[in-house]
Design a protein around this ligand. Sequence first.
Ligand code: 8YV
Length: 318
Amino acid sequence: MTKPQVLQLNPILIPAVNDTLAERYTVHKYFEIADGPAWLAANGTAIEAVVTGGHTGIARAMLEQLPALKVVAVNGVGTDAVDLAYCRARALPVTATLGALTEDVADLAIGLLIAACRNICPGDRFVREGQWEQFPQPSAIPLARRFSGMRVGIVGMGRVGRAVATRAAAFGCPIAYTDLYAMDDVPHRFVPALLDLARASDALVLCAAADSAEGIVDAAVLDALGPRGYLVNVARGRLVNEADLAAAISAGQIAGAGLDVFVDEPRVPLALRQSERTVLQAHRASATWETRAAMGQMVLDSIAQALAGERPAMSLTT
Ligand code: 8YV
């Protein structure tokens, strides 16, 4: 019996997940195909499942070339790079790995914040580059800023926002948040306007849904956060006006930033790369063995359910 055909748009780093995919299906790794568009035109009609990444998604034009498609399994939680309305109209399940990466993303948010306010990266470079031996006097390294007790403002009180709040609360941080509405089951202070939240925070942590409005963190919000304030972004790069952020970092308008996501990945503005005030990651918040294995299992389950004619448990569209 011939196996169903799966189109995989991004590498998966867990060998067991790749092995299971290969056992069950004929897997076409689109990222390894030399002439993708020509291949798609010749083979697209046979594809029954797509596996793609959270922030990379799938172009609508590609979906239109896959008439036999039964599922788009997103190996991530954000589905902002998939045209959900189009998929809904086609009754095509789009699944996400809901809940699988919450803890890791929150861990990284706190890690970035502590790294930024405690100058961990400049300190690491100072030791690594042999400067400590050259300048052993304690005054050679500027004093840092305490994290414990910092006023943390969370933008987006979904799964990740709540997990960040739990962690920050353990550090004695007063927490406030903004979202579309106040949540009855959240014990923290709700601040409707982002500008007011920034003004009342020492650190603003962006955890908003991937499809939230573009550029909401702009010069005015950064100004409100102020010269002792830190910005952390583990959501999506485009929530931030990156030109405004680069200018604010260069001018010392805010104290620092911890960033896992950027507007035009993998391109990161030079001003952010060159600054000692920034801590940067290459969109790695979910990149642990544990989380990627759990995500991979959800992808496998979603494809199996869809190809068996069932509604996938993690479907957002059907
Ligand atoms: C994914 C992401 O983990 O889940 C998301 O929406 O942005 C990422 O952290 C990544 O796309 C891996 O597929």
